[in-house]
Design a protein around this ligand. Structure first.
Ligand code: NA7
Length: 543
């Protein structure tokens, strides 16, 4: 890292995952001094920690990667349609080495506090090694799904067997060999891990609270021809992604579910089911995320698939997702997930029907029974978006902590700034498109936009950049109006903070689309940043 003689660095960046690495690259190229801090021992962020069996991204590898450098995308070759965690981590390491980015970071060092010093217009950033560093700007690349939810399950402390969580996996799959394993949680992490654990364990008991829609990922090796055809067109493909709804190539559909006959619908869903991915069943008709009746046609199509695959009818019924519409909670793409319940060594417990009461030294106890286990695997998810931000211990200009400022719900400008926290920026923050997009694309766009804004401030000699209350209110209204038109608004999920007790209900994303968001952000920059005060001056207080 580099600092000026005064010990003040232009920018402190948090995290060395996809966000922080690109931040360090973009900002040092623009001539800023940059000091990055990463809690882990190396680069990778959430892809460093989530090493559980079967971990892979649900966005296709050819899109879930940086687009900022043509040579990088030409020289890197993905092996599979959906890259496993280890390959994504190698990719991130490759990027760090190729652009010599590790030198911008101090590893094994966590930011634990940051206080705005209004007199000097600086962030005073406290580290877990006891040091304090000062910077003009503080930019979080701490991620959205990086802080595990508290492991506060009743009686967990009594359990004396092996305990491991998917998000801090620190054992090998072999350690579960021959064991009776209890898996708690059936989101993406649980669904990916369960089939592989079932292959080695003596018995797996899955504790499911809410059944999810799991569609076959249809992961495949990528052929040389597929890779070549992508690489030839990569710049055009990336450009298409930048202007698409989800940051992946769009597959526009104009018609609605009831525009076609039942037979035609079924035929279309079958084809979509084969295609898989976020352009699969959930995206087959234009109204699936806005009209509950339309959605029901897709949901019921998947219910039937589960009943076809799972041999035991009562297990099948427990697995049928009947509490929420398809897509309103993050859809899951799995491999042999439902098939796994046909194995003799796998059983399912529905925590909706028999709540978890406690654990003993060697068992999980529900209201209906005692299930012995040698190991417990927790796949219970994350304190999404605000968890990592609150972990930074931010205190704003008025002396208020971020978690107090957002006590009644998150409030941001474009998901990137928030009032009372001048010169602080979030990459992939709440109310940005991060949650409903190929997040790498959202990250690149945010980094570029933030970099342009602070360069604009620098050009005019300004040292203070803050969103106005009006600009922030405008953005909150836009995100709320956008989500209110969708079925996301009807469903409890980590998207809305409902997976963490006491967390206020704020939808954590802008769901109007990556392309539309980019156009708005670009327009805002062109108009001189309405809704942003630069050295106390605002082009317009409203967005
Ligand atoms: P998720 O999707 O939040 O899934 C967590 C799972 O754990 C889900 O089935 C939860 O049930 C269950 N859960 C959470 N807390 C409990 C308690 N206390 N008791 C029982 N069961 C519980 O996390 P993942 O890690 O799988 O995936 C996160 C994202 O990473 C995913 O969406 C992708 O974007 C990548 P619930 O549904 O809350 O009833």
């Amino acid at each position: 890292t580099s600092t000026s003689a005064s010990g003040i660095v232009d920018i402190i960046g948090v995290g060395a995952g996809f966000s922080g690495l690109y931040l360090s690259h973009r900002l040092t190229n623009a001539g800023w001094t940059f000091a990055g801090f990463e809690a882990g021992p190396s680069v990778g962020g959430t892809w460093f920690w989530n090493t559980y069996p079967g971990a892979r991204c649900d966005v296709e590898s050819i899109y879930y990667s940086y687009s900022f450098d043509e040579a990088l995308q030409q020289e890197w070759t993905w092996s599979q349609r959906f890259a496993p965690q280890a390959e994504i981590l190698s990719y991130i390491e490759h990027v760090a080495d190729r652009f010599d980015l590790r030198k911008h970071f101090t590893f094994d060092t966590r930011v634990v506090g940051a206080t705005w010093n209004a007199a000097d217009r600086l962030w005073e950033v406290r580290l877990d090694n006891g040091e304090t560093r000062r910077s003009r700007y503080l930019i979080s690349g701490a991620g959205g799904l990086s802080t595990p939810k508290d492991f506060d399950l009743p009686g967990l402390g009594n359990f004396t067997g092996l305990q491991v969580s998917t998000s801090r996996w620190n054992i090998s799959l072999d350690d579960l060999e021959g064991k009776r394993v209890a898996v708690i949680g059936t989101g993406s992490s649980g669904v990916q891990a369960i089939p592989l654990i079932a292959e080695v364990a003596e018995h797996v008991t899955v504790f499911q609270r809410t059944p999810n829609y799991v569609m076959p990922a249809r992961n495949t090796e990528l052929s040389t021809e597929q890779i070549e055809s992508i690489k030839v067109d990569y710049p055009a493909i990336r450009e298409e992604c930048r202007h698409s709804p989800g940051g992946i190539p769009d597959r526009p559909v104009a018609d609605k579910a009831f525009d076609v006959s039942e037979e035609e619908r079924r035929r279309r869903y079958e084809a979509a089911y084969e295609r898989s991915g976020f352009q699969g069943v959930g995206a087959e008709f234009a109204d699936l995320l806005t009209d509950a009746e339309a959605n029901r046609t897709a949901s019921e199509f998947l219910h039937d698939k589960i009943r076809e695959i799972v041999e035991d009818p009562s297990t099948a019924e427990l697995l049928v997702p009947r509490y929420h519409p398809l897509g309103a909670k993050r859809s899951v793409f799995g491999t042999d997930y439902y098939e796994t319940y046909n194995r003799p060594n796998v059983s399912l417990v529905s925590l909706r029907d028999e709540p978890l009461e406690t654990m003993t030294a060697n068992a999980i106890v529900t209201s209906e029974g005692t299930y012995e286990a040698d190991a417990v695997v927790l796949a219970i998810g994350f304190d999404a978006f605000t968890g990592p931000l609150y972990g930074l211990g931010l205190t704003g200009a008025s002396g208020t902590k971020l978690q107090e400022a957002w006590r009644d719900g998150v409030r941001t400008y474009l998901g990137m700034m928030t009032t009372d926290f001048p010169n602080f920026f979030m990459v992939g923050g709440p109310q940005s498109p991060a949650l409903a997009s190929n997040v790498v694309m959202t990250i690149e766009q945010a980094v570029d936009w933030i970099a342009d804004l602070i360069e604009h401030a620098r050009d005019s000699g300004a040292t203070l950049v803050e969103t106005t209350v009006e600009g922030q209110n405008d953005w909150v209204d836009i995100t709320e109006e956008t989500v209110a038109q969708t079925l996301y608004a009807t469903t409890d999920s980590w998207y809305r903070g409902s997976n963490v007790q006491g967390k206020p209900n704020t939808f954590m994303g802008y769901v109007g689309g990556v392309g539309k968001y980019r156009r708005m952000c670009t327009e805002i920059a062109k108009r001189g940043y309405p809704g942003v005060e630069i050295d106390g001056e605002a082009e317009s207080r409203h967005l």
